[in-house]
Design a protein around this ligand. Structure first.
Ligand SMILES: [Zn+2]
Length: 334
């Protein structure tokens, strides 16, 4: 028998609604410009899988997708079926730390307008593409009345992810300043796993809910990671998840759990992305694994969307505060 909801620890689940074009764009593949999409296929499948798992989550939506007429009906179903829309920028460029204040204001507000118009609900949470963010971005979010930011990923593995990305990126892709800190630096591993408040100008603060990594070792356990392990052994992947959950419970960390479309889409459903790890698995197998992962998480935590989690965090004891440090671009291999 499960414990009453009020005494259970929470876990928030969110999905970054990255479309096919944004994956091509981040790799420097010019085919992105016609904005090829898998959303008409993906959104209904994701909503069905979430229903099967019995969870209501946050979808971080890209403004450019919400602005397209072809996506409007699918976007509206996200909210109609009980999920929260979040803001995942307008153009999905993973170098928000290089944007000026004016660019950030435009990026956040244009995405917010498009998402509100398409879904009927105004986003109050933000996640930067590729976990990119800056002090100015946080100021812009606080000024616009956002409840939380969810752009930080405290892990030491960012540079490894970047190396993998460059190794598989389109030919001729340059390690530009824009991409030199893609997926973060080693210093991101020093960031906290627990939620905290950013202390900003004019006495403003903004709640930060980091993407959870395993307390102590700070290795990820989001679904892409577990899927990778499941290719060797599903038992191994679930054991790893249970270890992560135990570490969270011992450390008193309520997870913020991250999903991506490729966690639920099979290789046959997005053939252009066959270079991604795990794209040799079928969509059916991935969705069954997802439902299993949600059941395991749900054994230990009450699964909620991010704004519900944010309000619960803010209603409890005092949070640590931090002054945002500059995320200075660090040259990687020139
Ligand atoms: Zn994204």
């Amino acid at each position: 028998m499960s414990e009453p909801a009020s005494t259970r620890a929470l876990a928030s689940v969110s999905l970054d609604l990255d479309d096919l074009w944004s994956y091509l764009k981040i790799r420097g593949d010019s085919r992105w410009e016609s904005r090829p999409s898998y959303l008409p296929l993906f959104i209904p499948r994701a909503l069905d899988a979430l229903d099967e798992a019995g969870v209501r989550i946050t979808f971080f939506i890209v403004g450019a997708d919400a602005a397209l007429d072809r996506n409007r009906d699918a976007m509206a179903t996200i909210v109609a079926r009980g999920h929260e829309p979040g803001n995942h920028s307008f153009e999905h460029e993973s170098w928000l730390h290089l944007y000026s204040r004016a660019q950030l204001e435009e990026e956040v507000s244009s995405a917010e307008r498009a998402i509100s118009a398409a879904t009927g609900a105004r986003p109050i949470g933000f996640r930067g593409p590729g976990y990119s963010w800056s002090h100015t971005l946080l100021e812009v979010l606080a000024e616009r009345g956002y409840l939380y930011d969810a752009s930080t990923l405290p892990t030491y593995l960012g540079p490894l992810a970047r190396a993998y990305y460059f190794a598989t990126a389109a030919r001729g892709m340059k390690k530009t300043a824009e991409r030199s800190t893609l997926f973060g630096t080693f210093a991101d591993g020093l960031r906290p796993i627990r939620p905290y408040r950013w202390r900003l100008g004019a006495d403003r603060t903004l709640l930060e809910i980091p993407v959870s990594t395993i307390p102590g070792v700070k290795t990820p356990f989001h679904l892409s990671y577990l899927l990778y392990l499941s290719r060797f052994s599903e038992t191994l992947a679930i054991t790893y998840l249970r270890t992560a959950i135990t570490a969270c419970r011992i450390a008193g960390v309520e997870p913020s759990y991250l999903l991506h479309p490729l966690d639920l889409l099979g290789g046959e459903e997005a053939p252009e992305l066959s270079f991604f790890p795990g794209m040799d698995l079928s969509g059916e197998r991935k969705r069954a694994f997802f439902v299993k992962v949600m059941r395991v998480l749900g054994e230990h935590f009450e699964i909620v969307n991010m704004s519900t989690h944010a309000r619960a965090i803010l209603s409890r004891a005092r949070l640590a505060t931090r002054v945002p440090d500059a995320k200075a671009p660090v040259a990687v291999g020139g």
